[in-house]
Design a protein around this ligand. Structure first.
Ligand code: PMP
Length: 356
């Protein structure tokens, strides 16, 4: 007899670590997880080292300094901010905070792969609305999917893994039509990479909308993926709900200190983000020149919808030491890395026989 678990667990598989690809001649380029290709800035390393000296103590459970720094940085009141152990955990808390048996959560699909898991764990019913043929959110269909049981709607902007965006007018029209008792989460994990001026900053939208929450992370542009810090900005009723379910001490003292230092190093980080944006455009153009179909991306990644050839293409890249992220039967997401990483990817793509 084994212990009885919730049947919903049968829908999922335990995480199996992917192997980082290494070519026969020892080259390795990791373009599978949308990380920053840059190591931490010296000022961030100093903050980490000094926080390391007090790890015999618990971290500040209120993340006071970090919340104050985020509030100051983004020009919002402190009671509009909640932090968590990565934005995926903040998202998990949002699911938990709104879900009751029968609760529905609407989001586009394909999108961030954690959403179905978070819905299931929270006991919510995921309502997945297919992306349009051009890889953009089908906001009309998402509106139509809202029922009296809907508690939350997520708009991932830009969308992971396609990189496509929802623009200002359509997003505002959408927000205006979502019932006010439904929480709308704008997942802006890749906000810093957006250069399309028609894409609104969620922080300009949530102010007049007490049912809108903006989700951000230190894992991408701020380069702290390994430390796990994410945050939410929303009206106090939402921020407080998330603070209530904050698991004690879940953001470590080292992570808090590094995030504060990263916010203070905005100028250096902006330069790095600018390099990634330039590389994104270069990689996109080069892939199109090679004959691939690449939708415009506003994230730190590009998307190739390869259907049946997805896994084959990913394996070909791996043989050249390039790790990409395949979604079997759908497509491949390729993170933008250093110039050298990206050149390796472009060489692997050029050598691949079947372009689309
Ligand atoms: N949202 C989106 C859209 C993402 O792509 C990711 C990470 N891949 C996250 C949230 C979670 O990021 P983290 O937990 O590292 O903050």
């Amino acid at each position: 007899m084994s212990p009885r678990f919730r049947s919903v667990l049968d829908r999922f598989q335990a995480y199996k670590p992917g192997k980082t690809a290494v070519s026969a001649d020892g080259r390795s380029y990791k373009l599978s997880s949308n990380e920053s290709p840059h190591g931490p800035l010296p000022s961030v390393l100093t903050a980490i080292a000094s926080a390391a000296a007090t790890v015999n103590r618990y971290p500040d459970n209120g993340c006071t300094e970090l919340i104050a720094e985020i509030a100051g940085h983004f020009g919002v009141p402190e009671d509009h901010v909640a932090v968590g152990n990565g934005s995926v955990v903040v998202a998990a808390h949002l699911f938990e905070a709104v879900s009751e048996p029968g609760a529905e959560v609407v989001y586009a699909w394909r999108s961030f792969e954690a959403y179905p898991l978070l819905a299931a764990l929270a006991g919510a019913e995921p309502v997945q609305v297919p992306l349009k043929a051009d890889e953009t959110h089908d906001l009309a269909a998402m509106l139509a999917a809202i029922t009296p049981a809907t508690r939350m709607v997520i708009v991932c902007n830009p969308n992971n893994p396609t990189g496509e965006v929802v623009r200002r007018d359509e997003l505002i029209a959408f927000l205006d039509r979502v019932p006010k008792d439904v929480l709308v989460v704008l997942d802006e994990a890749y906000r810093e990479y957006i250069r399309d001026e028609d894409v609104p900053d969620g922080l300009t939208l949530y102010r007049d909308r007490p049912n809108v929450a903006v989700l951000r992370t230190f894992s991408k542009a701020y380069g702290l993926a390994g430390l796990r810090v994410g945050f939410l900005i929303a009206h106090p009723t939402i921020a407080e709900a998330i603070r209530k379910v904050y698991l004690p001490f879940s953001v470590s003292s080292i992570a808090q200190a590094a995030a504060v230092a990263a916010l203070k190093a905005e100028d250096e980080l902006t330069t790095r983000v600018e390099e990634t944006v330039k590389e994104r455009e270069r990689v996109g153009h080069a892939l199109r020149d090679q004959g691939w179909t690449v939708v415009p991306s506003q994230g730190n990644f590009v998307w190739l919808r390869l259907g049946d050839r997805t896994v084959d293409f990913a394996e070909a890249c791996e043989r050249d030491g390039v790790s990409v992220r395949p979604f079997a039967g759908e497509g491949v997401r390729i993170s933008i890395g250093s110039v050298e990483d990206n050149n390796a990817l472009l060489a692997a793509a050029a050598a691949y026989p079947h372009r689309v």
